[in-house]
Design a protein around this ligand. Structure first.
Ligand code: NDP
Ligand code: 2IT
Length: 443
């Protein structure tokens, strides 16, 4: 049995009941085989065994009181996966589905994604099974304060810098930042995605969606194509989905769908993005209300967004939202390019279908790295005690995404896997972290 297979078997035995973590590790380690097999130093230093074991995993009680005086208890997590190339960095997810498996898969992927940005950030992730849906602002604030009252012990501007993810946006980051500052007395860049009046960076809100479209545009350009005139299907209706839609439209595409966990909308004339922003980010409403504004659009309950005919698909909701059958349906409807805005949205089987059918496939670690890259730019601005202009941050973001595309393209080609960007991204992200770990000794 090969070294990689051995490590994967051990990982599955040692981490029972963590299917998402198994899935993420299987995808990465399998694509690393050619690198591992041609470089004895990795096996010799048990590099993979070290890489798949988080440096530290923190789980804690988060008690909070609702508006009626009832006490609730949620579970908080922070998995500090790898700090070889910089302080732990990665988002916090608040969603009822959060468990250790989900946080570990996200933290593991974050290592390679952060390495791909070219910036000095390690990998981590955290969150809670708290459900912000239907909670008042005061309830969300009390939850965030309780969460930070425990988490503050383990984070810091040069140690671990959390940010947003599903269910965590500007409001939640603001409440957590206030509590961190109150407890520690430190006014430091300990969180990113902050409000613009207290250390936040311009473009951070838009960064993941914009970055996704910048990277996919570069991938399309390399094949003599572009977003211009193309029909785009997007899933999700949150931070990533909405700003991906906005940038795709700016580049001349027509975006005909968005979705949430209850259903999806199809607007053949092109989604009214300003209306969706107001509906989702200000009123915190549901997508089903979209047809009130646009009576000619359709709202459908349930899944099914991948049945809509398109040229380009951008899954931007959540893990495993696009399976093998969805991949086949997309291809039979003429879809030739996919860019993953969400983390691990495609199942392993779906990825294989895309690769076998020569679909241009930009994997999450590369395609959605613009959010965390801009977070790292926010950290730089905080250290400098300066704020850069929108144009300055946006042009840095674009540059980073273009470089990521070319680095993953080159890495795939170097190992005779041209256009397999899954392998290219994993290899390019891995080598830098692995070599830093070796240089730093047995850590
Ligand atoms: P938001 O909370 O802003 O939006 C999430 C969207 O996805 C909502 O429309 C939500 O619908 C939908 N969704 C969430 N969970 C499910 C589910 N189980 N089934 C179906 N739909 C679901 O999160 P983001 O936009 O920030 O995150 C979306 C994805 O992008 C995630 O995978 C995240 O990890 C990834 N990502 C985010 C980055 C960021 O900077 N924010 C950076 C890189 C990746 P509903 O409202 O009904 O729950
Ligand atoms: O998955 C991700 O990269 C994020 N949720 C963003 C993390 C960050 O630190 O900005």
């Amino acid at each position: 049995m090969s070294y990689v297979d051995n490590v994967l078997n051990e990982l599955i035995l040692k981490n029972p009941g963590q299917p998402e973590f198994h899935q993420a590790a299987t995808e990465v380690l399998n694509t690393l085989k050619p690198v591992i097999e041609s470089n004895a130093k990795y096996q010799k230093s048990s590099l993979l065994e070290r890489l798949v074991e988080p440096e530290r995993q923190i789980m804690f009680r988060v008690p909070w009181t609702d508006d009626n005086g009832n006490v609730h208890v949620n579970r908080g997590y922070r998995v500090q996966f790898n700090s070889a190339i910089g302080p732990f960095k990665g988002g916090l997810r608040f969603h009822p589905s959060v468990n250790l498996s989900i946080i570990k898969f996200l933290g593991f992927e974050q290592i390679f994604k952060n390495s791909l940005t070219g910036l000095p950030i390690g990998g981590g992730k955290g969150g809670s099974d708290f459900d912000p849906k239907g909670k008042s602002d005061n309830e969300v604030m009390r939850f965030c304060q309780s969460f930070m009252t425990e988490l503050y012990k383990y984070i810091g501007a040069d140690m671990d810098v959390p940010a947003g993810d599903i269910g965590v946006g500007g409001r939640e980051v603001g409440y957590m930042y206030g509590q961190y500052k109150r407890i520690t007395g430190l006014y430091e860049g300990v969180l990113t995605g902050k409000g613009l009046t207290f250390g936040g960076s311009l473009v951070r809100t838009e960064a993941t969606g914009y970055g996704l479209v910048y990277l996919v545009e570069e991938m399309l350009n390399a094949k003599g194509k572009s977003f211009k005139g193309q029909t785009v299907v997007i899933s999700g209706a949150g931070n990533v989905a909405v700003y991906a839609a906005e940038k795709a439209v700016q580049l001349g595409a027509k975006v005909v769908s968005l979705s949430d966990s209850t259903g999806y909308i199809y607007d053949k004339d092109g989604i009214d993005i300003e209306f969706v922003k107001e509906l989702k980010f200000v009123k915190r409403g549901r997508l089903s209300e979209y047809t009130k504004q646009r009576p000619n659009a359709e709202y459908h309950d349930g899944k099914g967004v991948w049945n809509i005919k398109c040229d380009i698909a951008l899954p931007c909701a959540t893990q495993n939202e696009l399976d093998e059958n969805d991949a086949k349906t997309l291809i039979s409807n003429g879809c030739y390019a996919v860019g993953e805005g969400a983390n691990m949205p495609s199942t392993l089987e779906a990825i294989n279908v895309f690769l076998e059918n020569k679909v241009l496939f930009a994997p999450a670690k590369a395609a959605n790295a613009g959010g965390v890259a801009t977070s790292a730019l926010e950290m730089s601005q905080n250290s400098q005690r300066l704020s850069w202009t929108f144009e300055e941050v946006d042009s840095k973001l674009k540059n980073i995404m273009v470089n990521i595309y070319h680095n993953m393209d080159k890495a795939a080609e170097n190992y005779n896997m041209k256009d397999n960007f899954v392998a290219g991204a994993n290899i390019a992200g891995f080598v830098k972290v692995a070599d830093a770990m070796i240089a730093q000794g047995v850590i």
